[in-house]
Design a protein around this ligand. Structure first.
Ligand code: CUA
Length: 200
């Protein structure tokens, strides 16, 4: 007569699991690589945690909202106010609108070796923006302002590419930035004639 096998308790399961784990033969070299990879993961998680806590480096998600259908009526992203500006504190701020299928303005000049705050909004659908060889890569979600501060180390021509599929013209959606040597760059003069306000 067969006896009914008793159901193992939770504790027994855990104990069995660890017993099986210990029984696995792990080669010495393998053990060393496991340790190295765990250390590398620990190092990266540590760097991210320190940056987030002490340098304020976070994903661009300040949750600043804007009405994408009324950009032309907003003070900040009205046509006159787009492009490069220098604010009262001397910070270079760039405002751009992404819309099918371009970035507006199409071309801007910015100084090298200077922190530049780029503020983007979408006038229609989801776009992305990527400037190769910089940390400038973000989604531009309709209804939200995407903000990234970046520094261009060297003068040159940088492409600005859309990296979120936004429709049939997606692969033609690009723009470019001329990065000019710091000493040669002149802050754009805001014309008072247009009547656009400089500050929001
Ligand atoms: Cu805009 Cu793809």
């Amino acid at each position: 007569m067969q006896t009914e096998p008793t159901k193992p308790t939770y504790e027994q399961c855990v104990r069995n699991f660890f017993a099986q784990l210990q029984a696995i033969h792990v080669d010495h070299l393998e053990q060393r690589w496991i340790t190295i990879s765990l250390l590398v993961i620990g190092l990266f998680v540590g760097i991210m945690t320190l940056d987030a806590l002490f340098d304020g480096i976070n994903p661009p998600s300040k949750v600043e909202t804007i009405d994408s259908a009324k950009l032309h009526l907003s003070k900040e992203f009205a046509e006159d106010n787009l492009g490069v500006q220098v604010d009262d504190k001397g910070n270079v701020v760039v405002r751009m609108v992404a819309g099918r299928y371009s970035f507006f303005p199409k071309h801007i000049d910015v100084p090298a070796e200077t922190p530049i705050t780029l503020r983007w909004v979408s006038s229609d659908v989801l776009h992305g923006v990527h400037i190769p060889m910089t940390n400038m890569s973000t989604m531009i979600v309709p209804g939200y302002v995407a903000e990234i501060t970046t520094t261009f180390p060297k003068p040159g021509e940088y492409p600005v590419l859309c990296n979120e599929y936004c429709g049939l013209g997606h692969n033609h959606m690009w723009s470019n930035i001329s990065v000019i040597a710091k000493e040669d760059w002149k802050a754009p003069v805001k014309s008072a004639v247009k009547g656009g306000s400089n500050n929001e």
